[in-house]
Design a protein around this ligand. Structure first.
Ligand code: ADP
Length: 583
């Protein structure tokens, strides 16, 4: 339990006041007593001088009567003593019976200083006496002493009364000052309590509370200062919170992996994208453990040495995957660290850009190659025809046939390229409506009947009666099925090609199945990429452009559907398209 402050202070204060009052009382009464004795001594001296003028101890004889007479007039005990200490007369006793007075302190003192005084307690009477002695005669020829004595009872009594009065006054004073101090202490205690409560609420974070101190005079400034402090603290904290919120928003939403490392290369802050990008714990880890790449480490070293920003394109191996990044390192100085700088690191993932760039390069190379082959062929046959003329009509017709089929190839290539480009540029708008599958299948298959017959391949449609209409863009659906049936026939030399649809749990599954050459498993993941062919020569021989499945893939994706290719080499291929669940 915390001990109170005001209790002990009040006790000490009361003790101090009590002790000082006691001392004051003792001092005052002492001083007054001393003054009264001095005054009394002074008056005894005057009386003694007057007595000495009438009575000379040098005369000798019994002076008791004279002493009694004098006492009757002045009230003090009178004793006449000879120079050798013998009592010659005493107002209160018989001089003859009295002992020698030479050793009495007041007599001793008067021998030396002409007068002497002493205060002694009378055991007979039970109170103090003041004795005064005057040496008589001249300095050269002293004759004796006149001693006067008065009881100090009256003095003591009046001192006692004074003491009581002083004590009473002091006690009243003690109560008045004590009461006032107590009242002030209670007020002070209440104020300190208010300040304590206020500081406790500040410590609890209640920065909106305010301190109101009334009737506390100059202490009111404390309240003003504390309130100003609370307000400034509140503003500081809310601006800090705002800054933190902004920083949090930046770190959460910045699309790049951002790391902030301290002077000892430990990660202290990172963006949400950084956790996804590095896919491992980053909190308080050394960046050299997270990014284990010598080129990166050299870049970091250089930036820290030169203290200038550095930037480099790097290939990082993260979790077994290659990631192309542009790394930017910006050194900065933390307030607390002298010497080594801390750094902001930004990893911009350009893997996708790189892929796109590669795809674009491949695409240009593929298109050039695809176009160049038939053009070279056309040019070759045209040259031969021009050189040799048309003597051999049959050869000439055959050459012209080849020229025409090559120009057809260029034509279909350009058609497919235009389709792909319009699909990729988003100019093709998918307009879904309910499409009855029966009609679509019959019309697509109908276009290939002659080709199938020529190849000796049976071509049929299987539609289960329960298959409902699908929501699709009809023109696109026709294009999808045409490309799939075309492929099936191209890569099937015998057997059958079946196109159809069946209802499945999650919608309608459209399929085109053949008993053709099939696709080896390792090629399956890349089937549908532009110009990706399992057997380029065969594809070309069949008039393929290498873009049919890429177009199908685009259209399927544009509908929000899924495509799946199952194939066994030598046995055949089935391409399935899973359409939307029906509304
Ligand atoms: P292509 O014009 O070459 O047929 P596609 O994009 O239509 O181009 O097909 C890409 C490649 O996929 C083809 O070259 C072929 O190797 C393979 N392929 C497509 N469909 C089939 C299928 N039904 N049977 C076997 N291979 C196929």
């Amino acid at each position: 339990m915390r001990r109170g402050y005001f209790g002990p202070v009040l006790v000490v204060f009361a003790l101090l006041v009590g002790v000082s009052l006691l001392f004051s009382e003792i001092y005052i009464t002492q001083v007054v007593r001393q003054t009264r004795i001095e005054n009394l001594t002074e008056s005894l001296k005057k009386q003694a001088i007057l007595i000495a003028e009438q009575l000379d101890p040098g005369r000798g004889g019994n002076l008791d009567d004279s002493c009694r007479k004098i006492k009757a007039r002045i009230g003090s005990r009178v004793t006449i003593v000879s120079w050798d200490g013998v009592v010659l007369g005493d107002s209160d006793g018989a001089a003859a019976e009295m002992e020698n007075h030479l050793r009495r302190p007041e007599i001793q003192q008067s021998i030396l200083q002409n007068t002497g005084s002493s205060v002694r307690f009378s055991t007979t009477l039970g109170y103090d006496f003041l004795y005064f002695a005057l040496r008589t005669g001249t300095a050269e020829k002293p004759s004796g002493f006149i001693r006067l004595a008065v009881p100090l009872k009256a003095v003591n009594d009046s001192i006692q009364e004074l003491r009581h009065r002083v004590l009473g006054a002091l006690i009243v004073l003690l109560f008045v000052t004590g009461g006032f101090s107590l009242w002030q202490a209670v007020r002070l205690r209440r104020m300190v309590g208010q300040v304590t409560d206020f500081s406790t609420s500040l410590a609890r974070g209640e920065l909106k509370s305010r301190l109101i101190l009334e009737g506390v005079g100059e202490f009111g400034q404390i309240a003003t200062n504390l309130n100003t402090m609370a307000e400034e603290l509140r503003e500081l904290i809310s601006s800090n919170e705002l800054e933190n919120e902004r920083l949090g928003t930046i770190l959460k939403n910045i699309p790049d992996a951002l790391l902030i490392i301290n002077a000892s290369d430990t990660i202290v802050l990172y963006s949400a994208a950084a956790s996804d990008f590095f896919d491992q714990s980053l909190v308080n880890r050394p960046v050299t453990e997270v990014v284990r790449n010598p080129e990166f480490l050299a870049l970091l070293d250089r930036a820290k040495k030169t203290r200038l920003p550095e930037e480099k394109e790097l290939t990082l191996l993260l979790e077994g995957r290659e990631r192309h990044v542009i790394v930017k390192v910006a050194p900065f100085f933390e307030v607390v660290t002298a010497g080594e700088p801390a750094c902001v690191l930004l990893f911009s993932d350009i893997t996708r850009l790189k892929q796109l760039e590669r795809m674009r390069r491949d695409f240009v190379a593929n298109v050039s190659h695809e176009i160049k082959t038939p053009i070279t062929s056309i040019r070759g046959f045209a040259d031969t025809l021009l050189e040799e003329g048309f003597q051999d009509r049959e050869t000439a017709l055959r050459f012209l046939g080849i020229i025409r089929s090559n120009s057809d190839r260029i034509n279909s290539l350009v058609d497919d390229l235009l389709t792909i480009s319009s699909l990729e540029s988003g100019t093709v708008q998918i307009q879904k409506k309910d499409v009855a599958l029966e009609g679509v299948f019959q019309s697509v298959v109908g276009n290939f009947e002659r080709k199938a017959r020529d190849k000796g391949v049976s071509l049929k449609v299987i539609l289960s009666p329960s298959v409902p209409a699908v929501r699709a863009d009809e023109r696109c659906l026709v294009q999808i099925l045409t490309n799939l049936v075309d492929n099936a026939l191209k890569y099937t030399t015998h057997g059958e090609v079946t196109a159809g649809a069946e209802a499945v749990d999650s919608g309608v599954s459209l399929f085109v199945r053949d008993t053709g050459v099939g696709i080896p498993e390792e090629h399956l993941p890349r089937i549908g990429e532009r110009f990706y062919r399992v057997d380029p020569a065969r594809s070309r021989a069949e008039g393929g452009t290498g873009l049919g499945l890429a177009i199908v893939k685009h259209l399927v994706r544009a509908h929000g559907w899924q495509m799946n290719v199952e194939s066994r080499p030598g046995k055949g291929t089935t391409v399935r398209i899973l359409t939307d669940p029906l509304a």
